[in-house]
Design a protein around this ligand. Structure first.
Ligand SMILES: [Zn+2]
Length: 216
């Protein structure tokens, strides 16, 4: 079995995604790109994380060709592959439908630097234009919006986050959801004070030295 260890990690983080309320049922998907072996492990379409077995995970090439697995790969395989192609620093992609991030995605509003933890993503959380789920157009919109950010809101859909390993990509998704919730709540009471460009630069610089934790 190819990428056995990576398959195990995908199942662990799929369950974490459900436990952290970042998605439910079979929603969302995850992948890991072993760049040395040039192989991608990705979750299947329509299997609950709770029931997912190692053999349910698919192994693909960067062109989408299936190397191992009988299941149907995630319906969002297209944008996972597009992100690996676009960003050489990325080895893990996590896609969620977390409620607060998705709320802003439905308003077509980016998340500004309302809390320093936005720095997990960059100086803001950008937004990719709407396209039908699973479409080439959606993959293109995400590819165009990701730039150097570590996450993108998908209009009327959800969130995708990236990282050099699964733990990092998962933590980005978790922190973006936290910040989205805080932003939503703060706006219900008043007008949130945003951090300045300079303040965010300092945070991002500091994260480079001390975290987010980068081990997988
Ligand atoms: Zn989705």
């Amino acid at each position: 079995m190819k990428l056995k260890n990576e398959r195990k990690r995908l199942i662990v983080f799929g369950k974490k995604m459900v436990a952290a309320n970042l998605t439910n049922g079979t929603g969302g998907n995850l992948s890991y790109y072993n760049r040395k072996r040039n192989l991608i492990a990705i979750t299947p379409s329509g299997v609950e994380y709770e029931d997912m077995r190692l053999e349910d995970i698919l192994v693909l090439r960067l062109d989408g060709g299936i190397v191992e697995g009988d299941r149907k790969p995630s319906s969002e395989t297209g944008f996972h592959l597009a992100l690996y192609e676009k960003r050489p620093d990325v080895a893990a992609v996590v896609h969620t439908h977390s409620v607060y991030a998705t709320t802003f995605a439905c308003l077509h509003r980016e998340i500004p630097p309302v809390h320093y933890l936005v720095g997990f993503c960059g100086k803001k959380v950008p937004l990719a234009e709407y396209a039908t789920y699973g479409s080439n157009e959606l993959a293109k919109n995400i590819r165009d919006s990701i730039k150097d950010y570590n996450a993108v809101l998908l209009a009327n859909h959800g969130l995708v986050s990236v990282g050099s390993d699964l733990m990092t990509a998962f933590n980005v998704a978790l922190e973006v959801e936290f910040v989205a919730r805080v932003y939503y709540q703060a706006q219900n009471i008043g007008k949130p004070n945003l951090l300045s460009d300079q303040q965010m630069e300092e945070v991002i610089e500091k994260f480079k030295d001390y975290g987010p934790v980068k081990n997988d």
